[in-house]
Design a protein around this ligand. Structure first.
Ligand SMILES: [Zn+2]
Length: 312
């Protein structure tokens, strides 16, 4: 094939591919159900708002339960059950959200928490044998890393990877801080800043996927069961639709070949795309913006007076 023909063929292939498989995103929520007190909304209202936004857009998402945040009490378990009853998937995210890479955490302790969480959520509607690593850290010693791979295999549990990682947790913390100081604060700027953050991460991870795989993969988005999403999830879903992305569900996304990868690294973890890039020694130009904790957004909120300067 002549180079010009080959170029046309490739261009057409990419075009057809993009038409056949538009960029899609699956929503997942960690650390829930969360019973802690926040400004503006009760835990029940936050839970209901998240489910209402998902229902409005017919999104099938997943909730990764951290048992100690609420589901170990009847009122918290009822919130988790509501997710299953509304067609959402339920996965496992330990009991106390301990850090596998911490020196003080033993492999057995970590696995015992997974088993305890599993026992509590197994009977819920929507239950899936999916495990989401806390802090997306998969072990920093051969014993922990390989021990977890063997454990998940034995228990027939999936490593419920994330590709599209966000710092929603940091902006949520900033929001709570601002509302504690001024309960009637106008949230227009917070909303805009949060949506801009999601857009920046979405575009950057889409770009990284294309660089690594030569195509768009279904992205698995990591958000949390928190106030900022209870307030703005509807807007966040609208944002992805306005960007031309389609909404898929985690189960379908995980069927993509990309999610069968097992990047070989001494200390695996973070977004699967970051992990794959690291294992290949590839470092994109926007690396820092992918790995920071929403620092630019926090600075912008401070500059505009929407956040106390003392917030860290
Ligand atoms: Zn978490």
């Amino acid at each position: 094939m002549k180079p010009a023909t080959a170029a046309r063929f490739v261009a057409m292939g990419i075009c057809f591919n993009a038409m056949a498989f538009p960029q899609s995103v699956a929503f997942t929520f960690d650390d829930g159900p969360q019973l802690k007190v926040t400004p503006r909304m009760s835990p029940q209202d936050r839970n209901a708002a998240l489910l209402a936004a998902l229902k409005k857009h017919r999104v099938k998402a997943a909730l990764f339960v951290t048992l100690g945040n609420g589901a170990d009490r009847p009122e918290g378990l009822a919130l988790a059950k509501a997710w299953g009853e509304s067609g959402q998937a339920i996965g496992n995210h330990t009991v106390t959200h301990l850090d596998l890479n911490a020196k003080a955490t033993t492999l057995k302790q970590y696995q015992d928490e997974i088993l305890a969480c599993d026992a509590a959520i197994r009977a819920l509607p929507g239950y899936k044998p999916w495990f989401r690593f806390t802090f997306l850290r998969e072990g920093d010693t051969p014993e922990k890393r390989d021990g977890m791979k063997a454990f998940l295999k034995t228990k027939a549990m999936r490593n419920a990877y994330v590709t599209l990682d966000t710092s929603d947790w940091r902006l949520d913390s900033a929001l709570a801080s601002a509302l504690t100081e001024r309960p009637d604060a106008d949230l227009t700027l917070f909303r805009a800043t949060y949506l801009a953050h999601l857009r920046q991460r979405a575009e950057a991870y889409r770009d990284l996927s294309r660089r690594l795989f030569g195509r768009d993969i279904p992205q698995v988005l990591l958000l949390h069961h928190n106030l900022i999403n209870a307030l703005f999830l509807d807007d966040a879903i609208q944002l992805f639709i306005s960007m031309g992305w389609t909404l898929t569900d985690p189960e379908k996304a995980y069927q993509d070949f990309a999610y069968s990868l097992d990047p070989q690294r001494p200390s695996p973890g973070q977004s699967l795309l970051i992990s794959a890039a690291r294992s290949l020694g590839y470092r994109p130009g926007n690396w820092e913006r992918l790995l920071d904790d929403g620092d630019e957004e926090i600075q912008e909120l401070k500059r505009k007076g929407a956040l106390p300067a003392s917030f860290e």
